[in-house]
Design a protein around this ligand. Structure first.
Ligand SMILES: [Mg+2]
Length: 502
């Protein structure tokens, strides 16, 4: 419908009549009255003219050679693209106008020949007004249904946010929802890491095409500082930003432009999630086409981003609290003096590993070790020096243990315990010997030792495959016996006891 777009013209009218005199008369009349008119003399030309540009109204003669007006009207009404164009039939009374047929096949009105000027103008104006009102109504309906679907989307977004267990999941749901609604191909989110002061990729993302995986994988390794790349710029300006053609960007401005082009991404749109005047995260959307930035879609994404603000803030606070709690838990499991695990934590860990290895039927080894002549050391060098030495010994043991599952704990005054899961007696003996050497190499003078000039360790080692009938205590008991044997053998030595269970 062109009525609204052409301000100077009252309407665009196509006149179809095989009688030149009629044609001329109507053309002159309507042009004089401010209409834009295109005259054609037969049906085929009429269809071509309509195809080329849709008129606002068609005045259509009924009796013509080749195609009749009725036929043309039927063709137009059968096509959804031309169905809405109103048709007024032109007919001489002598030609026997079949009014009921004219209306039946979709004609809106008819004008009788010979033409009465007032009648022609009135009927034309009437049809154009109706058409214009109809178009306005359609526009309003469209807007309403658009607003309705946007409200639905906002509602869905709210539900998704509220039911998400964590930030990544919430972002993933939102990205999918928005991409599917506004027809974009890839969505990702960048979250501010306040400790490092960078934007990091959220694990939540969306793509409608597996080919985009490469872009996602590459992006995972990136971080953006303020002003860096599109996310960094949005972080800085706190404003949404739209890039119509990524391939026209320089690497400094859009670091991923080459990869984006390689996977076929054309346009990008980013919007900040702000809470309390602080940017918490950035939502980024990519499209393979260059979509016209529709104000409504961008407005909608903004509305969703606004809703996400308080949620992101809440989830980040929760994560911080969790981390703080973890730290407290960790503190409760550590030995104050040496910073290695404490005995309580060791006992829990031993119980866990015992049941795990019982299922796996693999060996568990334990080393119990003691600083040689430590009472003499304390008496001579003082308790403060003793404490420092214990710290050094603990660190030396820790350095030998390479596997994450290995654990050293302070077991008593100068006694340490080491748990080695999935380790045979031979392996444990090797670790024990390494620990002994590591402590010797500290070369902490111990003039009161009867076995070495330096601080040294005696180590007792036990090893077994946990079984149903035994408890972890047997492992400790055997290591303790091995430790006594080591002391009897002169100290500064590692001794192992294989435990064979019935
Ligand atoms: Mg005719």
């Amino acid at each position: 419908m062109n009525l609204t777009s052409s301000n100077n013209c009252k309407g665009n009218i196509l006149i179809v009549d095989d009688t030149i005199a009629n044609l001329r008369l109507l053309v002159n009349l309507l042009r004089e009255n401010g209409y834009k008119v295109r005259p054609v003399t037969d049906g085929n030309l009429a269809l071509e003219a309509i195809e080329e540009k849709h008129p606002d109204l068609i005045l259509l003669d009924i009796i013509m050679p080749e195609k009749s007006g009725y036929e043309i009207c039927q063709t137009l009404k059968a096509n959804p693209k031309t169905r809405e164009i109103p048709v007024i039939f032109l007919s001489a009374l002598s030609e026997g106008l079949d009014k009921s047929k004219a209306f039946q096949i979709g004609g809106e009105d008819y004008i009788s020949k010979p033409f009465q000027v007032e009648e022609v103008l009135a009927r034309v104006a009437n049809q154009l007004t109706r058409r214009s009102l109809q178009a306005q109504l359609q526009q309003k309906n469209q807007l309403l249904s658009q607003q309705n679907s946007q409200l639905q989307l906002l509602l869905k977004a709210t539900q998704a946010i509220n039911s998400a267990p964590n930030l990544d999941t919430a972002l993933e749901k939102i990205l999918a929802l928005v991409c599917q609604t506004i027809g974009w191909d890839l969505g990702e989110a960048w979250v501010v890491n306040w400790d490092k002061f960078v934007l990091e990729r959220s694990r939540g993302w969306y793509a409608n095409d597996p080919m985009l995986e490469e872009f996602h994988l590459f992006s995972q390794t990136l971080v953006f500082r303020p002003k860096e790349g599109l996310p960094g710029r949005i972080w800085q300006t706190q404003q949404p930003e739209w890039i119509e053609d990524i391939s026209q960007q320089q690497v400094q401005v859009f670091p991923r432009c080459h990869l984006a082009a390689a996977v076929g991404l054309k346009s990008a749109f980013g919007v900040p999630i702000i809470f309390d005047n602080k940017v918490l995260a950035i939502l980024m959307f990519f499209s393979k086409k260059t979509p016209t930035p529709q104000d409504r879609s961008l407005e909608l994404v903004n509305a969703i981003a606004t809703q996400l603000g308080s949620f992101v803030q809440r989830k980040q606070a929760e994560a911080e609290l969790f981390a703080a709690n973890q730290k407290l838990v960790l503190l409760a499991t550590l030995d104050d003096l040496t910073g290695v695990a404490n005995r309580r934590y060791f006992n829990e860990h031993l119980a866990r590993e015992w049941s795990r290895l019982k299922r796996e039927k693999t060996p568990l080894s334990l080393i119990l070790c003691d600083v040689d002549y430590f009472k003499r050391y304390n008496d001579y060098y003082g308790h403060l020096a003793g404490d420092v030495t214990l710290k050094h010994v603990a660190q030396a043991i820790k350095q030998v243990l390479k596997r994450p599952a290995d654990l050293v704990a302070r077991y008593g005054g100068e006694e340490f315990v080491i748990l080695l899961p999935n380790t045979s007696m031979e392996g444990a003996l090797q670790v024990g010997e390494l620990i002994r050497q590591q402590v010797q190499q500290l070369k902490i003078p111990h003039s009161q030792s009867l076995v070495s000039d330096y601080v040294s360790l005696s180590l007792g080692i036990s090893s077994l495959v946990p079984s149903l009938n035994e408890s972890p205590e047997v492992l400790i008991k055997m290591a303790d016996e091995a430790l006594y044997a080591a002391k009897r053998q002169g100290r500064n030595i590692a001794v192992a006891r294989q435990v064979v269970l019935d």
